[in-house]
Design a protein around this ligand. Structure first.
Ligand SMILES: NC(=O)c1ccc[n+]([C@@H]2O[C@H](COP(=O)([O-])OP(=O)(O)OC[C@H]3O[C@@H](n4cnc5c(N)ncnc54)[C@H](OP(=O)(O)O)[C@@H]3O)[C@@H](O)[C@H]2O)c1
Length: 327
């Protein structure tokens, strides 16, 4: 573990967080690439990274890089991932994996052709408390799971040109925040049989808030909410026929949860003890996959990242939300 040489593509907010977690956990970061030399230089100086490239292309061509972390706005995820794969690099791509399932499919197909690992940076999937919850759910610890209630609601910037509200940058609550509860629902239940969605748009024409119900073949349901202009609880509850799991706020970050039995008595309490923000776990997973020759990926296989995009595509179809940049 920690043997690959990482390159950071893009120097924005989440690139800072991911790089800090890589360095705090013994990973090797050898290069950064930005649209401008000044920004690459600043980022490299801040983190002590040896090489600063003035373009994403130069980063992709750097022989001292094995894996590239793509941290650009959503519409660039697929093109930037393809750039890295074509240069022979493994790729960790920020969520959402792409703008739509078609783009996601192209990325996964290219990685397979090249024999390279691609992983969606849905960091929550790889957090220790989520691993424990997955074990409880899969081992029948709360009986047959019937319901997931989950929100990702934040009060974010109202800048109409910023990436959160700008359709040209893939804005909207769904792709930025709503993907977390949708991905969690996929983790718990797999593929939905029906998707229902209703939302409200911003003046810029992206979704401001979206409510979703996902139905599953055995009658289970996920009830999900996302919004970008209100500070929500950010809690999740998984309910089964013999108990429930309440995940404390903020459920998608390293946090605590409690398992309750059918009578409402607590039977397990879990508290996370994580160094940094918790983005190192997805990096360890990528390094494990590379070490094992793109071996078994049970936590978030690329094929599932495509299917998650299909669910998001269907939600967007019902909202009437399309993006100018999508192919
Ligand atoms: N995992 C998480 O917890 C988490 C949290 C926040 C965001 N994200 C994801 O990470 C991605 C980036 O989010 P962010 O919050 O880091 O965004 P950000 O702060 O705006 O940074 C995005 C970076 O992308 C590059 N970029 C390339 N083309 C751009 C363009 N046309 N406009 C703006 N920036 C452009 C820029 O880097 P250069 O100038 O160096 O080229 C910029 O600094 C999003 O897809 C988001 O979903 C994930």
């Amino acid at each position: 573990m920690g043997s690959l040489r990482w390159g950071i593509l893009g120097t924005g907010g989440i690139a800072h967080a991911q790089t800090a977690d890589l360095l705090a956990n013994g990973f090797t970061v050898t290069a950064v690439g930005s649209r401008s030399q000044a920004s690459a230089d600043r980022f490299a100086a801040e983190f002590g990274i040896p090489t600063a490239h003035a373009s994403y292309e130069a980063l992709a061509q750097d022989d001292r890089v094995d894996v590239i972390y793509v941290s650009t706005p959503h519409p660039l995820h697929a093109p930037n991932a393809l750039l890295a794969l074509d240069a022979g690099k493994h790729v960790l791509v920020e969520k959402p994996f792409a703008l739509n399932a078609r783009e996601a499919d192209a990325v996964v197909g290219r990685a397979a052709e090249k024999g390279l690992v691609v992983l969606e940076a849905m960091w929550t999937r790889f957090l220790p408390h989520m691993n424990r919850i997955r074990d409880i759910v899969r081992s029948g610890g709360i009986g047959e799971v019937r319901t997931l209630i989950s929100d990702h609601t934040q009060l974010l910037s109202d800048d109409p040109l910023g990436r959160l509200r700008n359709p040209l940058l893939g804005g909207g609550a769904l792709l930025d925040l709503g993907i977390y509860p949708v991905s969690f629902a996929w983790d718990v239940f797999g593929a939905p049989s029906k998707v229902f969605a209703s939302g409200t748009m911003t003046q810029t024409g992206v979704d401001r808030q979206t409510a979703m119900i996902l139905d599953y073949p055995e009658g289970a349901q996920a009830v999900l909410l996302t919004a970008l202009d209100e500070p929500g609880p950010n809690r999740s509850t998984v309910i089964g026929t013999r108990g429930r799991i309440d995940i404390d706020s903020v459920w998608y970050t390293p946090t605590s949860f409690t398992v309750f039995d059918a009578a409402g008595a607590p039977t397990e309490h879990y508290s996370s003890d994580v160094v940094g923000r918790g983005m190192q776990f997805q990096a360890w997973e990528l390094e494990r996959l590379v070490a094992e020759g793109a071996g078994p990926n049970d936590v978030l296989p690329p094929a599932q990242s495509i299917r998650i995009m299909e669910t998001l595509d269907e939600v967007r179809r019902q909202l009437g939300l399309s993006y100018p940049a999508e192919s």
